[in-house]
Design a protein around this ligand. Structure first.
Ligand code: ZN
Length: 243
């Protein structure tokens, strides 16, 4: 993690895997942040809540503070997904980035001069410039996958193709309390799976195959439901609008 050089601490970060080119910018940003801080010699570690007005705090106070800085401009119903305990952390991260439209898609990398335009097409269709909304919704591959999943649950609805508006509409499709958790989990699973599939095609040269993707998506939803909620999905057509 680092070493003392004289009286100064110098961070030395090591990574468990080789970094992609598009991750270098994040590494530089991280280094910029941590180089401003470091351990102090002859000082004992402790926890200090900087906004302290009392000795002890309710957990909610801390959660609200964290939520405020992590999800500053997301609609409340979308921001709440980030705190759901039954969605795996890796999926929460993708849901958050997707709803903020901050996934590092081709359009953003071209804009910053990191990759040339010819390398920025959508990995699913190969025809259009990749953007957050294209890779997640507008592309025929992605939209078909969402529709397959929504039909799988016996639902139908016109849905927006902008991430946070889509998420709000999606969450509003199911009102029955007992179904809301699995429905939210499904949203997180599709977001994460689309991004994972995109990376498999782009970096591991996997061939896009909608049928296989949807099949693996349904299996993954079942596994996540079992692992995270202890629920078995036996009959898929159990959710209906308004119930
Ligand atoms: Zn596409």
């Amino acid at each position: 993690m680092g070493d003392w050089i004289g009286s100064s601490w110098v961070w030395g970060l090591q990574w468990r895997r080789h970094l992609f080119d598009w991750e270098n910018e994040d590494v530089q940003a991280l280094q910029h942040i941590i180089h401003q801080k470091g351990p102090k010699r002859d000082t004992t570690d402790g926890i200090l809540w900087k906004n302290a007005v009392a000795v002890s705090y309710p957990t909610k106070d801390i959660t609200d503070k964290l939520s405020e800085s992590l999800v500053p401009s997301l609609p409340k119903s979308v921001a709440s997904i980030v705190w759901q305990k039954f969605i795996p952390p890796r999926a929460k991260l993708i849901v958050w980035l997707a709803n903020k439209e901050r996934l590092k898609t081709g359009d953003l990398l071209v804009e910053k001069g990191i990759i040339p335009p010819q390398d920025a097409n959508c990995p699913f269709c190969g025809m259009f410039l990749e953007s957050n909304s294209h890779i997640l919704f507008v592309c025929r591959f992605s939209w078909s996958a969402w529709m397959e999943i929504i039909n799988w649950w016996g639902l139908s609805a016109p849905l927006h193709n902008q991430p946070s508006k889509f998420s709000i509409q999606w969450l509003g499709l199911v009102n029955r309390r007992s179904h809301k958790d699995i429905w939210t989990l499904t949203l997180g699973c599709v977001f994460w799976s689309l991004w994972y599939e995109r990376n498999q095609i782009k970096f591991k040269r996997k061939t896009p195959n909608l049928h296989n993707f949807v099949l693996s998506l349904k299996i993954r939803i079942g596994i996540w439901a079992k692992e995270m909620m202890g629920s078995d999905i036996c009959a898929p057509n159990v959710i209906h609008n308004g119930y």
